[in-house]
Design a protein around this ligand. Structure first.
Ligand code: ATP
Ligand code: MG
Length: 242
């Protein structure tokens, strides 16, 4: 009788664990698909803005130049100058917004150049010594996946600039055929990862969601005064179309 009760209790515990795991999986999935939806939407809006409105503004500028050729006196009017200035401002603003939504370097030149660009910025703007090595040999991943990886590195480098107080950074991506390994290390002040407040920043949480969405794993190795090393593995064999 006692044995039966114990068995029933164990069965209940296992069932509860299964339900917990399922709920967790469901949560990760819905978060991942939300992020995926947001990212595809951002890419779409960035393209529409850049190619659509950006293109239109370029045409407006060309037309106005034509009118100026016909009516050369126009260039002496303040109102005309101001109009030109406003068109330039609108074009810059469109470029700025679409750049934020999806960096044009990523759109035009792909992930490797975009990551090199991040490194150059760390070197030139933030005076960091950056050692980078990217091996993307025949890496065939979708635009959304590329954007995810770019955003992960973008947030990790933001964190280095914001929190690490480092002088050196190592950034690596290696394609091992069945998985992609990304490493980012700094020699800064490090932090106590397990003592982070749950209600704290969003950066690492959003990185974790992106890694989950890519079915990957992230390992953070850091300690106060000891720099930070983050390694992320993304499986490649799963040819998921996103
Ligand atoms: N490379 C790093 N070096 C030192 N501390 C770091 C580093 N990366 C993260 N941290 C610490 O981890 C915390 C959490 O980082 P996270 O990116 O989640 O949030 P945040 O940067 O504070 O805010 P948000 O990203 O939302 O703007 C940071 O506040 C910082 O204390
Ligand atoms: Mg952050």
């Amino acid at each position: 009788m006692k044995k039966n009760k114990e068995l029933a209790r164990q069965h209940r515990v296992i069932q509860e664990q299964k339900i917990n795991n399922l709920e967790k999986e469901k949560k990760i999935l819905s978060m991942a698909s939300m992020i995926d939806g947001q990212e595809s939407e951002r890419i779409r809006i960035a393209k529409d803005l850049h190619d659509g409105i950006g293109g239109l503004l370029t045409s407006v500028r060309t037309q106005i130049k034509r009118i100026e050729k016909e009516v050369s006196i126009l260039s002496e009017f303040d109102l005309y100058k101001k109009t030109n200035q406003l068109i330039d401002e609108a074009a810059t603003e469109v470029r700025r917004i679409s750049q934020n939504l999806m960096p044009s370097v990523l759109r035009l030149e792909g992930l490797e150049v975009a990551l090199e660009d991040l490194c150059t910025r760390l070197r030139e703007v933030h005076d960091l010594k950056v050692d980078s090595h990217f091996d993307f040999r025949e890496l065939n991943i979708s635009e959304t996946q590329q954007t995810f990886i770019y955003r992960i590195f973008q947030e990790l480098t933001n964190n280095i600039v914001k929190h690490a107080n480092a002088t050196e950074v190592l950034m690596q991506v290696n394609n091992y055929g069945d998985h992609l390994n990304m490493i980012i290390e700094d020699n800064g002040q490090g932090f106590a990862f397990d003592k982070l407040e749950p209600q704290g920043g969003l950066g690492l949480k959003s990185i974790q969601s992106r890694v989950d969405f890519l079915s990957g794993e992230m390992e953070i190795s850091t300690a106060a005064g000891d720099g930070t090393s983050i390694s992320i593995n993304i499986p490649l064999e799963e040819k998921r179309e996103v």
